[in-house]
Ligand binder design. Structure first.
Ligand code: SAH
Length: 248
């Protein structure tokens, strides 16, 4: 029976999708992709009927899926990174369950991994930290008070902060008490895209780094003592490090 496949598109580089995800895209009769973040190159040359979900509501997306399934098509829902967090997966799958539409989720390379990879970093260093926290500041989606950044920071683990560069000054204020002003931070904008940028510096400079480099919203903030594991990146404190992602 036809199914909806939620496929993690990866962080941007079209080669960073799984083999399974690629195969499903090629077999699909309908692809609904998140146009705001998914690299359009992933959809080039597909035989499927293509829909950008950016202007659509949840109900419109579900209606498209239902139409595709009723027509016997394999439907691929293509979303950035991995779908296990910040993906609205649960809203979509609960609607599909209500409609008795079968679905499957195919994992993807999260942008958090892509940014760490581009910087050549391991976020868990023996004797330093063995924990990575993925979190965000509240935006349109609230964050439960017990998970506020200031509390999470008390662990001094590695942190990857999503969806929050626009409020970098607030991130800094929340992190400062636990990590201290000299803690290493890294900003990765458009990880794995040709226009990728990596900036490193000190926590007390985080706000001005974002402002001066005009970092856009497709970026991640990394913080924590494990970032010092790449000394090359911190020998140029304050100097934005512009790099391209596609390497031979
Ligand atoms: N589930 C996705 C995250 C979706 S939320 C994942 O696994 O990556 C969208 C946020 O992810 C963006 O606001 C940004 O903080 C981050 N993001 C997504 N793609 C990115 C990329 N290529 N480089 C840096 N950050 C990215």
């Amino acid at each position: 029976m036809a199914k909806v496949y939620f496929v993690g598109a990866g962080p941007g580089d079209p080669e960073l999708i799984t083999v399974k995800g690629r195969r499903l895209l090629e077999a699909a009769g309908m692809v609904i992709y998140a146009g705001s973040l998914v690299n359009p190159a992933l959809c080039a040359g597909l035989k499927a009927e293509l829909h950008d979900s950016a202007p659509l509501t949840l109900e419109e997306i579900i209606a498209l899926m239902a139409r595709g399934i009723a027509a016997g098509k394999t439907v691929v829902r293509l979303q950035t990174g991995d779908l296990s967090f910040y993906s609205a997966l649960a809203e979509q799958t609960s609607r599909l369950r209500a409609l008795d539409i079968p679905y499957e989720v195919v994992p993807g390379v999260t942008s958090a991994s892509a940014g760490a990879a581009s910087a050549g970093l391991e976020l868990t260093l023996p004797e330093v930290t063995q924990t990575v926290i993925f979190t965000r500041l509240a935006g349109l989606t609230p964050v439960p008070e017990k998970e506020n950044l200031r509390e999470l920071a008390r662990h001094q683990a590695s942190m990857v902060i999503f969806l929050s560069v626009a409020a970098a000054e607030k991130v800094k204020e929340e992190l400062l008490p636990a990590y201290g002003p000299a803690a290493p931070v890294m900003l990765v904008e458009k990880a794995s895209w040709p226009e990728e940028r990596i900036l490193t510096g000190r926590l007390d400079d985080l706000g001005s780094m974002v402002r001066k480099a005009r970092i856009g919203k497709t970026a991640l903030i990394y913080v924590g003592p494990a970032l010092t594991g790449a000394p090359a990146h911190f020998s140029r404190l304050y100097h934005p490090d512009f790099r391209h992602a596609y390497r031979p």
